[in-house]
Design a protein around this ligand. Structure first.
Ligand code: NAD
Length: 345
């Protein structure tokens, strides 16, 4: 039986992988993967990793030295993988789509929560405080949602916004004109939107795409929703925009320094990250811990597709969901010039 070292394993991962796995010896480790913990993969041919594992060059070199030949990411994003280091050594496969509904519905949940201050209301009524002063929101009906990134999740979120009677404008570096969406440039989206929701990947072009200058171009009093990647937003600039009233409310499922804290319990010690603490202390900010994907449907798809990806690798077949450094976001298969027999190398 092939052995798979499974990093950053959580009870919900084990539940679904154990239910669906028949072929592999899965070794679950609670530790995140990095250069040091890579040693745990000794004797394994594959590694299964997640969003906050550190797959930099040193980790990848170590895994290669240990005989690992495939990294199965059990997520869609891959900004934590050094693909150049992996190229021609270790194949990297991922789960490109599992449930856009899971993430889009969570994004809508965050928007409803920060707009109608449900987090405050929940705490008040639990404390027998039935006062509703200070909980005023706005109708979403008739407002304009600016969607950045019109892929699977962005389009699903757009449908939810349409259900609320919202108008839509969108920005995408690779617009899909067939969708019949009103595409505008980023500046126009910033100027027109009452709600801005991020659904594009983290790349060198998108890192801090919302920093001080774009915040200055936004309307006053907008809602910002980020379920994509924390580093898309400059958190210090976000704090300033919140202080100045430019942002009326922010719903964040991701944070740029989340790898240090998310998915673990820090309630007894607190966190050392001042920016995160300041954001958490704001009454108009709701932060969830990268849980937008967390539905039963998504977890079962993630487990099934990850196991299928491993099957393809070990049967020497084409790798449907391989990514390498030459692949471009959104056009993964077509743009990989080195693809041979369905594999990137
Ligand atoms: P997708 O590949 O279907 O869509 C991404 C879209 O972004 C594409 O239309 C692409 O053209 C566009 N894009 C690429 N570069 C851009 C740029 N520079 N500016 C604007 N748009 C750009 O991806 P998806 O499945 O819709 O996922 C979107 C993002 O959601 C992922 O990248 C991931 O970071 C995030 N995500 C988060 C969670 C979570 O639990 N919070 C779960 C899954 C995915």
């Amino acid at each position: 039986m092939k052995k798979v070292a499974f990093f950053d394993a959580k009870p919900y991962d084990r539940e679904w992988f154990d239910k669906l796995n028949q072929k592999y010896e899965l070794h679950y480790f609670e530790s995140k993967l990095d250069e040091e913990t890579a040693e745990l993969a000794r004797g394994c041919q594959a590694v299964c990793a997640f969003v906050n594992d550190n797959l930099d060059k040193r980790t990848i070199d170590k895994l290669y030295e240990l005989g690992v030949r495939v990294i199965a990411m059990r997520c869609a994003g891959y900004s934590n993988v050094d693909f150049r280091a992996a190229y021609k050594k270790i194949h990297v496969v991922r789960v490109p789509a599992y449930s856009p509904h899971a993430v889009a519905e969570h994004a809508m949940g965050l928007l409803l929560m920060v707009n109608r201050k449900l987090h405050k209301a929940y705490n008040r009524t639990r404390d027998f405080n039935f006062n509703i002063s200070g909980l005023t929101g706005v109708d979403l009906y008739g407002k304009t949602a600016g969607i950045i990134g019109t892929g699977k999740i962005g389009r699903t979120f757009m449908e939810l916004c349409r259900g609320f009677g919202m108008k839509i404008v969108a920005y995408d570096a690779f617009p899909n004109e067939k969708l019949g969406i009103e595409y505008v440039d980023l500046d126009e989206l910033l100027r027109r939107s009452d709600v801005i929701s991020l659904h594009c990947p983290l790349t060198d072009q998108t890192r801090h795409m919302l920093d001080e200058a774009p915040f200055a171009k936004m309307k006053r009093g907008i809602f910002l929703i980020n379920t994509s990647r924390g580093e898309l937003v400059d958190s210090v600039a976000l704090l300033k925009a919140l202080d100045e009233g430019k942002i009326r409310g922010a719903g964040l499922d991701v944070y740029e320094e989340e790898a240090d804290y998310f998915f673990s319990d820090w309630s007894m010690s607190g966190v050392q990250d001042d920016v995160l603490s300041l954001l958490l202390n704001k009454p108009n900010v709701v932060i969830t811990s990268h849980q937008a994907f967390l539905t039963e449907e998504a977890l079962s798809s993630i487990a099934r597709i990850t196991l299928d990806n491993l099957d393809e690798f070990f049967s020497d077949g084409p790798l449907t969901n391989e990514v390498c450094y030459q692949c471009e976001s959104g056009k993964i298969r077509e743009n990989c010039r080195e693809m041979r027999g369905g594999r990137c190398f």
